[in-house]
Write a protein that binds this ligand. Structure first.
Ligand code: T4K
Length: 409
């Protein structure tokens, strides 16, 4: 780690060497106990059972269902496939209401199946679907609501369920961020008709690629199992349309290994989160996303909103951070509605999404997990504090450098 930053010219943005020699990433994978992982992978290789609902997948499904206190877990090859299979198994059609403030997979999983994602706005306090906005978007074509527990903070589950029941809609959740989180004391995974999880490498808990659908509905679970395996019920007997959504044995081995250390991973993320919170507590205009401390949460994302009082726009701060090798991300800018094909299909969607647009322009996710230690977080905290204190000088220095570049070219 380099240098003290005492004046704008010390910033890498202006040509100084970066604060960190190596990039700090969001989403650095955790591997858990490598020896145990390799032992499991060796067992898979020895058994020559590599996929098709083998013993590792079955053991992983059971371990995950136990962890969540949910009856059925159907492991699949990624979170997007989990969404697609669940949407189909629930017979969703026509229009489904989703937030625009989510990863693009949530919307694509609908559109991929010719179902129109209708983007509802978020509540600016929770950053999750606003039940009032959801209600205002319901039309005779609406068949369901797909809530997303963004950054692991559960949606307004009760209010959404009440709307779904009253209006005769199916409710499911994209819980890609929310493994290990609880709502009113109950683990996420137990709400709506079903919930989907992602175990992508960038998640705090991963299976390289992977995902699962969890539900307490046995009939639905049976449909999901058929759908992930081409519709086969036994050899040579296909009873419905299906796809290949299976998780393989090596991915399940990673999952079983990761589950053994999930509490340690969460503890590490929690310590990182609390350290960031302490280091930026007196930085004006940086609002750290908070968690309900009465609930369980996984602390996998360190998310801040860059507000006006910070003195620089979010994207300028992002440039400064990237120059210093702090690879913060703008999850989920600019919102699904502003990306194709939705931008062209629904050019007016933005008119009903003021809170989504405002948040997507302010938000930044910071490196956490094993990508950072105490020293790195302290240095990032000092950098943020310096930038906030000297925002006017940085702006002026930037303007001066841009003018010099112009006149020399
Ligand atoms: N629903 C929601 C709400 C989601 O957030 C997601 C996925 C899904 C559904 C779909 O689940 P999956 O089908 O993906 O299982 C990443 C992930 O690819 C994606 O899984 C995740 N959400 C999304 C929020 O983030 P990118 O395009 O930003 O990833 P990428 O490759 O830029 O990686 C992010 C950072 O992580 C980089 O700085 C590098 C680092 N990294 C990445 C990989 C893949 C590593 O250090 N090692 C790695 O192996 O989408």
């Amino acid at each position: 780690m380099r240098k003290a930053i005492n004046r704008p010219a010390d910033l890498a943005l202006f040509g100084a060497p970066p604060l960190f020699a190596e990039p700090l990433h969001v989403g650095r994978p955790n591997t858990g106990n490598r020896d145990r992982l390799l032992a499991r992978i060796n067992a898979v290789l020895d058994s020559r059972r590599l996929t098709n609902n083998g013993p590792m997948v079955k053991a992983f499904e059971k371990a995950l269902a136990d962890y969540l206190g949910v009856r059925h877990c159907v492991a699949v090859c990624n979170g997007t496939l989990a969404l697609e299979i669940a949407i189909r198994a629930l017979n969703l059609t026509g229009e489904v209401i989703v937030p625009s403030f989510t990863f693009i997979a949530t919307a694509h999983a609908l559109q991929w199946q010719q179902i129109t994602p209708v983007f509802a706005d978020i509540d600016p306090l929770t950053c999750n679907l606003s039940p009032a906005s959801v209600e205002s978007m319901i039309t005779p074509r609406t068949s369901g609501i797909l809530g997303v527990h963004v950054w692991g903070r559960p949606c307004a589950v009760g209010a959404l369920q009440e709307i779904a029941d009253r209006r005769g809609l199916k409710l499911m959740f994209d819980a890609a961020h929310a493994l290990g989180c609880s709502h009113r004391g109950r683990m996420v995974g137990n709400f709506g008709e079903c919930e989907i999880l992602s175990f992508h490498a960038t998640k705090f808990f991963h299976t390289f690629e992977g995902g699962a659908i969890v539900t307490n509905n046995g009939e639905l679970a049976e449909k999901l199992r058929l759908a992930r395996n081409f519709g086969f019920r036994g050899a040579d007997n296909v009873v419905c349309i299906g796809t290949n959504g299976k998780m393989n044995e090596v991915c399940a081995a990673m999952g079983l290994t990761g589950l053994e250390s999930i509490a340690d991973t969460i503890a590490l993320n929690r310590a990182n989160y609390e350290r960031y919170a302490a280091r930026i507590s007196d930085v004006p205009g940086l609002l750290l996303m908070r968690h309900d401390t009465a609930e369980r949460t996984n602390y996998q994302y360190v998310v801040m909103q860059v507000q006006e009082e910070f003195g620089l726009e979010r994207d300028t701060l992002l440039e400064i951070l990237h120059a210093e090798n702090v690879l913060a991300r703008r999850y989920f800018y600019p919102g699904c509605h502003a990306m194709e094909p939705y931008r062209s299909l629904f050019p007016d969607a933005r008119l009903s999404l003021p809170h989504t647009i405002a948040l997507s322009e302010r938000v930044l996710s910071f490196p956490t997990g094993t990508a950072v230690g105490k020293k790195e977080i302290d240095a990032i905290g000092r950098l943020l504090s310096f930038v906030a204190r000297h925002s006017a000088r940085i702006r002026a220095h930037r303007g001066k450098r841009a003018a010099e570049k112009c006149s020399s070219s």
